[in-house]
Write a protein that binds this ligand. Sequence first.
Ligand code: GLU
Length: 483
Amino acid sequence: MTETPIRVRFAPSPTGMFHVGGARSALFNWALARQRSGGEFVLRIEDTDAARNKPEWTEGIIRALAWLGISEADPHFEGPYFQSAYADKHRETAERLYKDGKAYFCDCTREQVQERRDNPHLGYDGFCRDRGLEPGPGRALRFRVPDGGPTVVDDQIRGRVEFDNASIEDFVIARADGSPLFVLANVVDDVEMGINEVIRGEEHLSNTPKQQLLWEALGHTPPGWAHLPVIVNEKRQKLSKRRDKVALESYQGEGYLPEAMVNYLMLLGWAPGEDREIMPWSEMEPLFRISEVNSSSAFFDEKKLRAFNGEYIRALSADEFAERCRPWLAPGTAPWPAENYDDAVFRAIAPLAQSRVTVLSEIVPNVDFLFLDAPVEDEKSWSKAMKPGVGAEMLTAALERFADPGLAWEAEPLKAALEEVGTGLGLKLGKAQAPIRVAVTGRTVGLPLFESLELLGRERVRARLAAALAELTAREAAAGASE
Ligand code: GLU
């Protein structure tokens, strides 16, 4: 027996930034399409809402999918198709449903519809059902929902979901101007494109009985359905673009690796089992089963995503890590003058940063001291490190010690030298380091100090210590004068 190859689709509306929820739907569909030979993932851009669509959102969707590894070049990828190109088919189908008596025209005004909804009937009461209205201005086309019996949606995640037909109103499929509504256009396209599995977000579950009725009215077997659980924030609220960080691009911009993102998104409602969570796409793809997806809401835990990302970053080779950091080091993006950048210096320090950063953009504050003319000014770090009795004393003593040409300018001897200076002032190494670190890097936390000093070089280190000392003296004088 030959099985019909699976044909799934991802059908985003290009009305905004590409959402992490959309990315999860796309990935689940992608996994299923790629599991078997002949499986296809159809990308259909539902661009019929001209007022809200923008070409850049469409480009953003295609770019985001490619970033996730859903590539147009893959043989399992089909499209993109644009819904707007099928407008004639949508209109023809609406007409056919009318001619077959499966839909009727309705001239009720919005107010009348509202009134009819308010009476005990659930939804529009079918007032125009048997009035035999011809097409005409101000007349919308409504689908005649069959009387009696429930419509049963067999959902692969939720099981059997029953909708009483009496509670499904005769819904509009084409507006008075003839333009089709989402419920219809979406089904017509799915039928035309031979889609046999519809996997989409839970928010569409209420459309499903209507759409299933349309499939049947058009003489086709409805597809398999699966409605993915909503994604919620830490307050268990549905992720919203107004409140939460939902755009995939923001994560990309911060330096999340696509492989970490893909791994994390796959776990929003599904788990590969055996207590494994960190798992590359290549292993997840064949394991994924839609029937194993959980119906309860999935918590989008940014902290966990960040931890995943850190793990993926640490697993990169040193070269790969340096490569991936490039976009953040590029002229125009990086905060230092382009001519100060030295790739050999970056490559030397990169392995130390690799174990510390959790998103790639953090590379910048870790290495900026090497390429800026002067370290960043961070008042908090400064006041923490430059305490009276420690700051000026340490800076002065280190300046002197570091001037000694007999001191080899390498991490180990530098550490020993600073330890000795600190001991002379009755300070442990941790305390003794702080003013030096802030003077040289601008911050109290960062990469290992002595390797940093080695890379920066004796002259620049001494110049920064001297500058910090001058600043500290000036501040103390100003404070003294104002007392
Ligand atoms: N264009 C719809 C949306 O973005 C897709 C609906 C579907 O997947 O059927 O919500």
